[in-house]
Design a protein around this ligand. Structure first.
Ligand SMILES: Cc1ncc(COP(=O)(O)O)c(C=O)c1O
Length: 482
């Protein structure tokens, strides 16, 4: 007899219970402390060490979900979540995920679910149009920008035609050192990609930035020349639009010209900021991306799509395919060449049907809905930046090209080390309040607070509440400091 949980004769009722819970949670997400107050091990210790022998009811699982799991949740859905890059789980994406789990298809081959492949092709092309990226452009969905960038670097390495796919890299005296370049503000995933590809950390060049944290093309050029002089083989450059700490924008156009001249693969990492290209008024930050060999951005960061969902575009899909395609007999099909089997363009065989949630998001928000949300968040961030600029107890530490503000508390006559300590205290105090969650970074060796606005539920009042809390705690800390 079939297992009752597997056939789910009560599924309609159970789905209703969960749907009601989600609806209430989304309406009330503000009532939770943003940052979980759980201590390490607390959640694990509250859970049984052994799995249940027989089936339990949804009610008993939900009871434990509320009692044990929920207290250990940091609420990324909270409108006062301002740390890292905030994200949004909006109903359209949740509904798409729900259906995707129900269909449970594996989109490794076109044949293994034609709709998964073809809807993916359509939605990535819709996004290409929305971001005003050039045509034609091959696009695919990956889980994260780290993987998208790793794939791009793998393609850059394959483009060298050094037989690495066939012969590997180790033990080869004919192979020069392969070097990759990114700014010192680039995300750590770029360096990780270089490590995993066997290039070695010492062949990853961190190019210095200007006073606004943008890669300096003159220093990039110098680094490439120095490497060539040593007999190394420059392989690729990663430019960032919207770096993680300050959201600075590398001069992609100038970098692209260097890559063109030097015949280097150019990958653009716009994991967070890419979504802002749906706004015509933000497109100046993206000048030059049309020259890139590959480009990535995450709809799961700023396009209201639940984690995970990243897009990798490339003008050279044949090279990406050359890097990754390996088809065992049991997966051979006789579809024409024009048919994409997405398993050919990455490491993983199995692929989730992520395009479905993206389709729901784009259709149920509409281009205008998404534009309005991002525009509002940029406006809110600009207003927060003005509050910082107008308050002599605070100092803004970087330009605000999108919706992220880097700032710190300052006091005349206090040494930088003491200022760092005060800011660290301020960070801990406001986060411990449970009312907001902000994060930090280091710029020019100084401890900096960082507030990012990218949750679609964040309204003016939430940003104002955050400012009042930061300002109030900051003023108290300054008064007590000598
Ligand atoms: C610029 C940039 N690139 C890459 C990443 C990594 O993103 P993911 O978590 O999708 O791997 C981040 C994360 O915030 C980022 O800011």
């Amino acid at each position: 007899m079939a297992n009752q949980a597997a056939t789910s004769i009560d599924f309609r009722q159970e789905a209703q219970v969960v749907a009601d819970w989600i609806a209430r949670y989304l309406e009330e997400s503000e009532k939770y402390p943003v940052l979980s107050k759980a201590k390490p091990g607390e959640i694990r210790n509250a859970l049984p060490t052994h799995p249940p022998i027989s089936a339990e009811t949804l009610q008993s699982v939900m009871n434990d979900f509320e009692k044990i799991i929920l207290p250990g949740i940091t609420h990324w859905n909270h409108p006062r979540f301002f740390a890292y890059f905030p994200i949004t789980s909006a109903p359209p994406g949740i509904l798409g995920e729900f259906l995707s789990a129900a269909l449970n298809v594996n989109g490794m081959l076109w044949r293994s679910s034609p709709s998964a492949t073809e809807l993916e092709e359509v939605v990535v092309d819709w996004l290409r149009q929305m971001l005003a990226l050039p045509k034609p452009l091959f696009g695919m969905i990956t889980d994260t920008a780290s993987i998208s960038t790793f794939y791009a670097l793998a393609a850059a390495r394959e483009a060298l035609n050094l037989g690495i796919r066939e012969h590997g890299m180790s033990g080869r005296s004919d192979l020069p050192k392969l070097t990759v370049y990114a700014s010192e503000q680039a995300h750590s995933s770029v360096e990780k990609g270089a490590i995993v590809l066997g290039l070695g950390q010492e062949n990853f060049r961190k190019i210095a930035v200007d006073q606004d944290f943008r890669m300096r093309p003159d220093l990039l050029l110098q680094a490439i020349a120095a490497d060539r002089a040593k007999g190394y083989r420059p392989t690729g450059v990663v430019a960032t639009i919207g770096t993680t700490s300050t959201t600075s924008v590398d001069p992609v156009f100038a970098i692209a010209e260097i890559c063109e001249k030097e015949k280097l693969w150019l990958h653009v990492d716009a994991a967070y900021a890419g979504s802002a290209a749906i706004l015509p008024e933000m497109r100046q930050s993206f000048a030059g991306v049309e020259k890139a060999d590959s480009f990535t951005f995450n709809p799961h960061k700023w396009l209201a799509t639940p984690v995970d969902c990243s897009i990798l575009y490339t003008r050279k899909p044949e090279i990406l395919k050359r890097a990754f395609s390996l088809v065992p007999e049991y997966l051979r099909t006789d579809e024409p060449e024009s048919v994409h089997n997405f398993m050919d363009y990455g490491i993983q065989l199995g692929r989730r049907f992520r395009a479905l949630k993206l389709w729901f998001v784009i259709r149920m928000f509409g281009k205008e809905g998404l534009k309005n949300a991002i525009r509002t968040q940029i406006d809110l961030a600009q207003e927060f930046a003005r509050w910082i600029d107008q308050d002599s107890n605070f100092e803004r530490m970087a330009p605000v090209p999108f919706s992220t503000i880097c700032f710190r508390l300052v006091k005349k006559g206090l040494a930088n080390e003491a200022i760092d300590k005060i800011n660290e205290k301020l960070l801990n105090r406001v986060n411990e309040s449970g009312k907001i969650f902000i994060s930090h970074t280091k710029l020019n060796d100084r401890f900096i607070l960082r507030l990012a606005i990218a949750n679609y539920r964040t309204e003016h009042r939430h940003v104002q509440e955050a400012w009042e809390l930061i300002k109030g705690e900051g003023t108290r800390l300054l008064a007590s400091s000598r």
